[in-house]
Structures are given as C-alpha cells and as structure tokens.
Design a protein around this ligand. Structure first.
Ligand SMILES: Nc1nc2c(ncn2[C@@H]2O[C@H](COP(=O)(O)OP(=O)(O)OP(=O)(O)O)[C@@H](O)[C@H]2O)c(=O)[nH]1
Ligand SMILES: [Mg+2]
Length: 434
C-alpha cells in the first residue's frame, strides 16, 4: 500500500493530484484544511491536504463481505489481553443522497417559515424590532445553509470512499481507513497516525486477513510504548523520587497513592519531603497523608536543605519529594525546581517523575514536556484518565518525549486509583476497544 499526502488550493484539486499520481482508484483517507498563518492570514485562503492511499497489487474480494468480515473480526479478536476490541465501523449502506438533500431542504424551509411567521405577527409599528428579527433570520439561514453544505460534503466523501472501496473490492483498505479514523478520533496526533500507517506499508499484508493487519498495528503500538516499570527500589537506599509538574495535576495525591502501595504492599520504609512552600495549605495536605500512613514528613525551604534532610532519613528505602506545581511559563519557579533536583548529592540514587494530566491539551503537553526536559530526564505519570475518553495524548507524549510512562491514575481515591501503566490496555482503547 502507498499512502501519500497531496496539497491543493481546493479539496478537488488535492484529490485530482492524488488520483493523477496514485490512479483513479486511490482512496481518500483524510482531508485536512490548512488555515493560513501570519499577519495577513485574513487575506489568504485556506489550502487543503489530502491523505490518499492506494494498494499496489489488486486483491479483489467482495466489499460487502469485506465489511462483514471486519465486523466479525472486531467482535472476536482477542490479542493476549482480556477483552475483545470493538472498533466502530464505517456505514455499510451508502447514504441516500436524494433523501438527505430533501430532508435538509425541508428543515431549512421549516425554520425559515417559523421565523417569518414570528416576524409577521409583530409587524407594522415596531420596524426596528422587525429589522432585528430579519437579521436573525438571515443569520440562521446562513448557519443552516453552511451546516447543510458541510453535511453534503461529508456525505459525498463517504460515498466516494464507498465507491472506491466497492469498485476495488478491497477489504483491507476499508479496514485500514477504519483504523486510521479510530486513531484520529482518539486524538492520536496525525503525524503519529501516519507514522503507524507508513510502518504498515512495509508489512506484506496483501492477501492477509484483517486480523493480521490489526494484530500487526496492535503489536507495533505496544512496542512504541516500550516496557513500563513501576518504581524499582532494588538499588542503593534511600532512593529519592521527585514528583514535578504543572499545578493541580495530582502530584500530592499521587505521592500518597505511591507511598501507600510501597508501604502496605511491598513493606518498604517510606518518608516524605516537601519543597512546596508556595501554597499555605500544601504542606498540610501532605501532612494529612503522612499521619494516615504513619510516615515522617520534613519540609525544606531551600535546595541547600535537601541533603541534610535526606541524611536524617538514610535508613529509609524511599523518600518521596513533593514539589510546588508551576506554570511551565514561569521561568523563576522552573529554575527553583532545577536547582532542587540538581542539588542531590551524587551518593544518592534519584529519579524524577513528571506528573501530567491526561486532560491537558496536546499543544500544552508538548510545551510542558519540553520545559521539564531542560530540568532533568524524567519518567511520566499520567493522571485523571477517569476524566477523559480520549487517550491519544498518552501515545503522543510518549513518542514526542521518548520518556517512559510509568503509572496512570484514574480517580481521587487514595490509595486505590493508581496502576502501573499497562500498554495493552491503552493500545486497545486507542484502537477503539473498551
Ligand atoms: N479525577 C481525578 N482527580 C484526581 C486524580 N488525581 C488527583 N486528582 C484530584 O486533583 C486535585 C488536585 O490534586 P493535588 O494532588 O492536590 O494536585 P497537585 O499537583 O499536588 O497540585 P499543586 O500542589 O497545587 O500543584 C485534587 O482534587 C485531587 O483529588 C485522578 O487521577 N483523577
Ligand atoms: Mg501538591
């Protein structure tokens, strides 16, 4: 299979280019509008980028059967993990365009009639009001028209795809389009989706089943995550673990969860240090957990105090250091954290955990991971997975930062809502499983 991108001033031009190079049967996988940037952006027009695919060797099968097979596969496949993957399928029936057109026109008319009636009832003397209603009417009309034409375009794209899939009778291509869309829907960055597709290209899947393609993608994605590890305390003691990250992501709560697991489940000697003296209640929050877990807590006010505090805790297995959350744009606080981490005496083993919320948007996560890379190497803990349904950012940041994802947390309950990162679970979710 060949997957390529084509740009054009219009969608049609980009599609034409794709067909000119890949042939009439090229399948449009995705159409992206590229908005102009820069000072004169309002004067420039958008351009379009089409991702198109073409299978090199024609491998004809019945397309209806292909989609049914794909559906069957989603219901039954079970790759080492415990539940079957369910991926939303493309519609089997092409949309009835005439019917869709008719109902959209009726909808437009009905709304226009309703507003016209409203305006004619309150006519004559209040002309200003009538004008306003007319203006509203026009606005609504244009919004509806826009929605209508967008729906039409979607229906057309869908039909084109069905036509191409049907005429080529290619179940694999239809299935790959579903995979592509599922990953995009889960907010995996397009760049990484294309990377996964490019890798798939190298696999000889011609003549192989959709099961083969899915397990291939699944395995590749698992490999991308690497093997995650929980905290390893097998080396020198005490091990110093710093928890850093933006404000409110769950650093303190995560420390309490980790401490409880290490202490209760592994019988380790755990101590707390906090360098978070920015917020009045910060140390108190950790003290509450320290009391519950019967764990010592020391407060340090400057990096210079760190080693003295650690010295007093030398017979502990692990020292968890809470830090003040800061905006990644705050240079001064960033420097404070950097100094704190760098101040650890070389005789101690230390590790930094960057705590990130799965609800933070991709662009910010990128900036945050860059800022912390300037401070230290780190492993990542993703919090608040219970507050989002799209897990794409976990893969995006893993691939962007190349840092290990160690733990995920999925709720406010201490100590239960934490687990060592399970790449199989996440990959299944990313591929549309539950
Ligand atoms: N839903 C959900 N909430 C969480 C999770 N982890 C932490 N929280 C909540 O997020 C809020 C902030 O948690 P903290 O642990 O105080 O966050 P922090 O990063 O220490 O915050 P600062 O010290 O102010 O930077 C609290 O209400 C926690 O209960 C999680 O996995 N899921
Ligand atoms: Mg905190």
């Amino acid at each position: 299979m060949t997957i390529k991108k084509f740009q054009g001033k219009t969608k049609e031009e980009a599609i034409e280019k794709a067909k000119a190079e890949l042939g009439e049967n090229a399948v449009v996988m995705n159409i992206k509008e590229i908005k102009p940037k820069g000072v004169f952006q309002s004067l420039k027009k958008s351009t379009y980028e089409v991702t198109a695919a073409m299978e090199e060797k024609e491998n004809y099968v019945d397309s209806g059967l292909a989609l049914k097979n794909a559906q069957k596969m989603h219901e039954t496949i079970n790759m080492t993990a415990d539940e079957p993957i369910k991926i939303p399928l493309v519609k089997e029936e092409p949309m009835d365009q005439a019917k869709a057109e008719q109902s959209a026109i009726e909808f437009l008319k009905r709304n226009a009639e309703l507003l016209k009636n409203e305006s004619s009832q309150k006519t004559t003397d209040d002309s200003e009001r009538t004008e306003r209603i007319e203006e509203k009417l026009e606005n609504l009309q244009s919004i509806l028209e826009k929605q209508y034409s967008e729906n039409q375009e979607k229906a057309k794209e869908e039909q084109e795809f069905m036509k191409a899939a049907g005429s080529k009778k290619n179940e694999n291509l239809a299935f790959i389009k579903v995979l592509y869309e599922t990953l995009i829907d889960n907010e995996v960055n397009e760049k990484y989706v294309n990377q996964i597709m490019d890798e798939l290209e190298k696999v000889n899947w011609n003549g192989n089943s959709v099961d083969y393609i899915l397990s291939n993608v699944y395995q590749k994605m698992i490999l991308k995550f690497g093997t995650p590890h929980g905290i390893d305390l097998s080396g020198k003691k005490p091990k110093i673990l710093f928890f850093v990250g933006p404000t409110g992501v769950g650093k303190t709560t995560t420390i309490a969860k980790v401490a409880s697991k290490l202490k209760v489940e592994q019988g380790k000697k755990v101590a707390f240090l906090t360098a978070d003296t920015y917020r009045i209640a910060a140390a108190e929050q950790l003290r509450t957990y320290a009391n519950i877990l019967d764990t010592p807590l020391n407060i340090i006010y400057s990096p210079e105090e760190l080693n003295q505090a650690v010295e007093k805790l030398e017979d502990f297995d692990v020292i968890l250091v809470d830090t003040a959350g800061f905006s990644h744009k705050n240079v001064e606080q960033k420097e404070d954290i950097r100094r704190l981490i760098k101040s650890v005496d070389v005789k101690y083993d230390s590790e930094v955990y960057l705590v990130l919320s799965a609800t933070t948007k991709y662009k910010d996560l990128i900036e945050i991971s860059d800022v912390y890379k300037e401070i230290s190497n780190y492993k990542i803990i993703f919090t608040k997975l219970d507050e989002t349904t799209t897990y794409g950012s976990i893969l995006n940041i893993k691939l962007y930062s190349n840092a290990e994802v160690s733990y995920i947390t999925n709720g406010q309950n201490v100590p239960d809502d934490i687990e060592v990162f399970n790449s199989q679970k996440i990959v299944k979710r990313l591929l549309g499983g539950r």
